[in-house]
Design a protein around this ligand. Structure first.
Ligand code: MOS
Length: 737
């Protein structure tokens, strides 16, 4: 208890997740685990053609199957009034309406839902869905990005048009050059928890949705817009989310389908996607083919860079992300030209996936810097330091904070980088080739709007509420720690409640912004509570200001030495509680600054010279993410990024058979992700210095940088081990040999 006493500036304590016990004991409830009275089950039947139109659909045997209540197709679907506004594929995915499920007979991709079967049990619905038979007018489909680049006209990425800083193609005049092409396949989020929606209508215009979502408020808005009802009449619950990685950032058509189905049968309905459906119905990281050229002088100073990225979207929506952004930002280089082309294919729409944009762009950039380091015979870290951006190279603004140099040094020290022999294929252990590789990651740090309700009760406990969801980082824990440190209330006496749209609106959990955004609101709420508490001490003669009081250990200590607990102050004032609702937004001061979080990944690989197997032997990830508020969940966040990074580097590859446009490996037997045996004991190092401007807690963001750059560190280590440069992910044994 002592550590909370009056010491609100102490470093944040290393506490366990506040909801950890609920998660590991199975009492935490996820969106598919609400057993409502009279619940029915929805299962989607999907298209087995890739492009064309449905000419006939036979639902009779499904309708007659045992337990079936209804079958919804485009022929009988309840009207979704929000669909009337139409679709505009030229608008980004925020403005586009997405796939209008069961709206017409057009097939845009293989695996597109063509019917929702509703039955009294999941098994009966699954069986009946297998009886749906559709006839199609099939058209030739096109799903191959490589072919599209050769033959098709791209859509120019609207946020990242062709863009030149300084002189175009200046790299071509440099004495030392690299010019290479890097390829990344489709990667799929595949959080452990399947996407699921449970829906209950109360009348025609009031609905409750238990949904797997990273955005409680955004789901509320999307459902309200689809059915043209007041958002106040859409209750969204997402108390626990079993991983998202971006797949739950938007409201997908299956959620709308579940709401349609529940409306049609007049009963609450549960719809859980199958694992194969998770590959095409909730987005994925699009494949990318990227050219990276870098020119430097003989001392390794960058003269020019070129980054041309080609990626994919669906034919009904344009998805684009910051693939080339990191190349424009990371290094002090006067001449940079970038281009980002997107090709529409007969696939479902991709979406943000952990480290969106930068995770893709960092692969050629940070491998390219490694290639350059060998061309120059300069240590890879030294090369990066010679081109360190002291201010934002795009606009000259100072950084609100940047401790990337410290992250390089701390990580290198912890990893033992000095033991690396520069020559490729020069290190061995037990008959395996050994390689050391490193890379940098960056992602923008920002802060948005949020509201939090705070209630300090006469028993000395604090309840905080916000309509945010937690897809895994540990938001409730982090917010509890902020409040605990500011008020000196032990974490056990604080409850942070989330995942409920009736709470004041919180941010969508995405883009590594939750701690910055919501942490600011919680910080301000605690300061307001202090003011209110001090106000309770007001005597007839004088007002007590917060600065006259020391807050800690659940108590106020006055200058005269008197001590009164928060509880007693509230009781003495005869109040049921102190209640406030606090709002916070952007910091206008930030207009003068650029803000980024940084990671540096160090990887030691062992490569078997006969089989080409790559084992990740050691990982150190160092991060400049500002103040670390929750050391344990922060370290977990970084480790999770490494696990995802190992998958992306060595295993993950979404394969579509371009002859048919069908997924080949839409299951966990064939789409490989790391298991425990693939992951060494990952070490995490934090610079842990506050960002003094972004927000009052000094925290930046961490979710994205945990992954960004990691694949490059592995590829660089494999090159160091073998002398073979692999520019195509995943790095499988066939490519190594
Ligand atoms: Mo993340 S891709 O911002 O969920």
């Amino acid at each position: 208890m002592d550590k909370f006493f009056f010491d609100t500036s102490a470093p944040f304590a290393d506490i366990d997740r506040v909801d950890g016990k609920a998660k590991v004991t199975g009492t935490a409830k996820y969106s598919a685990e609400y057993e409502l009275a009279d619940l029915v089950y929805g299962v989607l039947a999907t298209s087995n053609i890739t492009k064309g139109t449905i000419t006939a659909i036979d639902t009779k045997s499904a309708e007659k199957a045992p337990g079936v209540l209804a079958v919804i197709t485009h022929l009988n679907a309840p009207k979704v009034p929000g669909y009337d506004e139409g679709q505009n594929p030229t608008k980004g995915q925020n403005n586009g309406k997405g796939l209008r499920i069961f709206n017409d007979n057009i097939i845009y991709f293989n695996g597109q839902p063509i019917a929702l079967v509703i039955a009294d049990t999941f098994e009966r619905a699954t069986h009946a869905a297998s009886l749906i038979k559709a006839q199609y007018n099939k058209e030739a489909s096109h799903t191959d990005l490589t072919e599209a680049i050769k033959n098709d006209k791209p859509i120019e990425g609207d946020r990242y048009k062709e863009n030149t800083r300084g002189t175009k193609d200046a790299w071509k005049s440099a004495p030392v050059q690299i010019d290479t092409t890097y390829t990344m396949p489709i990667q799929v989020h595949n959080p452990m928890e399947l996407h699921a929606t449970t829906v209950r209508w109360d009348g025609d215009d009031k609905v409750t949705v238990w949904d797997k979502t990273q955005g409680v408020v955004s789901t509320q808005r999307s459902v309200a817009e689809a059915f043209k009802i007041d958002p106040k009449n859409v209750q969204v619950n997402a108390q626990f989310v079993g991983g998202g990685f971006g797949s739950a950032l938007r409201t997908w058509p299956h959620t709308i389908a579940a709401a349609m189905g529940a409306k049609k049968v007049g009963k609450p309905l549960k719809l859980v996607l199958t694992r194969p459906q998770m590959f095409m119905l909730v987005g994925y990281r699009p494949a990318a083919i990227q050219r990276m050229a870098i020119g430097a002088d003989k001392d390794g100073r960058l003269i020019g860079m070129l980054h041309e990225a080609s990626s994919m979207t669906s034919t009904y929506e344009t998805f684009n992300e910051g693939v080339v952004a990191m190349t424009r930002q990371l290094y002090d280089c006067k001449n940079v030209n970038t281009k980002y082309n997107i090709y529409p294919l007969d696939v479902s729409t991709p979406t943000w996936m952990r480290g969106p944009g930068e995770a893709t762009g960092s692969f050629p950039l940070e491998c390219g810097m490694d290639e350059l380091s060998y061309a120059l015979n300069i240590d890879p870290i030294e090369l990066r330091k010679r081109n360190y951006a002291e201010t934002d190279p795009e606009n000259g603004k100072p950084y609100s904070s940047k401790f990337l140099r410290e992250a390089y040094d701390m990580g290198a020290e912890k990893f033992g980088w000095k033991n690396r022999k520069p020559q490729p294929r020069s290190m061995n252990e037990d008959g395996w080739l050994v390689g050391y590789g490193m890379s940098t990651g960056l992602f923008g740090a920002s802060r948005g709007e949020a509201k939090v309700a705070a209630k300090l009760l006469p028993d000395g406990t604090l309840v905080l509420q916000s309509a945010v969801s937690d897809s895994g980082p540990g938001t409730a824990t982090t917010m509890t720690q902020i409040a605990s440190n500011l008020l000196g209330i032990p974490p056990a006496k604080i409850k942070f409640e989330l995942g409920d749209s009736s709470f004041p609106p919180g941010p969508t959990q995405g883009g590594s912004t939750t701690t910055s955004t919501l942490g600011t609101t919680v910080h301000n709420a605690c300061e307001s509570l202090k003011k209110k508490l001090a106000g309770l001490l007001k005597t007839q003669e004088s007002e007590v200001l917060p600065q006259d009081v020391q807050f800690g250990n659940g108590e106020m200590r006055l200058k005269n030495g008197n001590v009164i607990t928060y509880a007693d102050a509230i009781k003495a004032a005869n109040l049921p509680a102190i209640e406030i609702t606090e709002a916070s937004g952007r910091n206008p001061e930030m207009q003068k600054y650029s803000a980024y979080s940084y990671s540096v990944h160090f990887v030691k690989v062992k490569v078997h010279p006969l089989t080409g197997v790559v084992r990740i032997d050691k990982v150190v990830s160092a991060a400049d993410a500002g103040t670390i508020i929750s050391p344990k969940t922060a370290a977990s966040q970084m480790k999770g990024g490494v696990v995802g990074g190992i998958g992306g580097a060595l295993m993950e590859e979404g394969v579509i058979d371009h002859r048919y446009g069908r997924w080949v490996n839409n299951n966990f037997a064939d789409y490989h992700v790391p298991v425990h045996a693939d992951v060494p004991d990952v070490e995490v190092v934090f610079v842990n210095k506050p960002d003094p401007i972004l927000n009052p807690n000094g925290a930046k963001g961490m979710g994205e940088i945990a992954l960004i750059g990691f694949a490059a560190a592995v590829a660089n280590a494999v090159y160091h081990a073998t002398g073979k440069r692999i520019r195509e992910l995943p790095i499988t044994p066939d490519k190594v040999l």
